[in-house]
Design a protein around this ligand. Sequence first.
Ligand SMILES: [Zn+2]
Length: 102
Amino acid sequence: MHVKKGDKVLVRSGDDKGKKGKVLKVFPEKNKAKVEGVNFVKRHTRPNRTNPQGGIVEKEAPVAAAKLSVICPGCGESKGFRNERDSEGRPRRICKSCGESL
Ligand SMILES: [Zn+2]
């Protein structure tokens, strides 16, 4: 997965193209990620404690990770990252635009 929880991402295709948001959760086995404010779906729900009226609730649904580009917190660009390992062998991502590591 090239996106991780907490990353700021840009949606590159689909209905939400151009939207930006924070990754709330990743689903590596499905190659999907749930992004704040992106891909809202309406769900009909029965009344419950958190929603005593029941009815329609809008919630984010996971989107294909392939549609997402990580936005660099250093330069604000989403030109991509290259994967490297630091001196202790831990993976890190380096911004292709400014060299910032994530
Ligand atoms: Zn950058």
